[in-house]
Write a protein that binds this ligand. Structure first.
Ligand code: ADP
Ligand code: MG
Length: 260
């Protein structure tokens, strides 16, 4: 069975989508079979992998979730796209927002993604899943399906404040719904050491969390080249392979693989 890694943080703009792409493609570059799932109705991961018009895609995660929920039969290849960098992609678009609303109050609605992953799990070594910037039904589905969580955090004041709430949700899901759920680590992203406060906030994160949670020593630096990535439709390894962000994500992927 595949290992399921999700990138989660209810704060937007902390590099969840960027990390999902570069972890997924980084694993594929090591020869792993990888599926990347866009689990955000904004479809920004789908767009960043070159599908500029997610709303025009015939089958996306929203269809799959509806089929699983209704226990319909469907072709397991449905919706799966293949990206040039040797990963499969299950895309998303705004229709997923409607599905998320329809999940509320339905029995077992938090296991839909897990049920799907169990159907396709033997096809992949890793399934890397993005999350939307909230702790709603879709993120809950991802937490229930996950083995490992990477928590991207930008060292700035506001993102740090939300961490406590996320960790509480994780521990509740772990107790009630998914005992194997494990935080692989907090990943500091978009780190800009030129700002005075970056180091101060990194210290705050270490002091508050390092005793309970792994903090990846390897941080992801801020770089204009990384910010260009979504428009290029490729990973950082293809867009700026020699740059510092590609190196940082490569090291992160080494660490992910070392957990095998
Ligand atoms: P999230 O999914 O958490 O909302 P994104 O991955 O979309 O975050 O990143 C937010 C923005 O920051 C995007 O415009 C992205 O291109 C940019 N970004 C991500 N990582 C970096 C980085 N290391 N350096 C500079 N910009 C980055
Ligand atoms: Mg995102």
């Amino acid at each position: 069975m595949s290992k399921v890694i999700i990138c989660a943080n209810q704060k937007g703009g902390v590099a969840k989508t960027t990390t999902t792409i570069n972890v997924g493609i980084g694993l594929a570059r090591l020869g792993k079979k990888v599926l990347i799932i866009d689990n955000d109705p904004q479809g920004s991961l789908t767009e960043a992998l070159g599908y500029q018009q997610p709303d025009e895609l015939d089958v996306t995660l929203s269809n799959i979730m509806e089929w699983v929920l209704n226990e319909d039969d469907f072709d397991l290849d449905a919706g799966i796209l293949h990206h040039q960098e040797e990963v499969d992609l299950l895309p998303a678009n705004i229709e997923l927002a409607g599905v998320e609303t329809s999940l509320i109050g339905i029995m077992s609605s938090e296991t839909v993604l897990k049920d799907y992953i169990e159907m396709i799990g033997d096809r992949y070594d890793y399934i890397v899943t993005d999350c939307s910037p909230n702790l709603g039904q879709l993120t809950l589905n991802a937490l229930v399906a996950a083995d490992e969580i990477i928590i991207p955090v930008q060292p700035a004041y506001l993102p740090i404040k939300g961490l406590q709430q996320l960790l509480k949700t994780i521990s509740r899901v772990k107790r009630k719904m998914n005992p194997k759920l494990h935080v692989m680590g907090i990943l500091l992203t978009m780190v800009d050491y030129r700002t005075n406060y970056a180091n101060d906030i990194i210290d705050v994160v270490y002091n508050a969390y390092a005793k309970d949670i792994h903090i990846f020593e390897n941080v992801i630096p801020m770089s204009v080249r990384a910010a260009e990535m979504p428009a290029a439709g490729v990973s950082i390894y293809t867009h700026d392979g020699k740059g510092k962000v590609a190196k940082a994500y490569e090291q992160l992927v080494e660490e992910v693989v070392s957990h095998e």
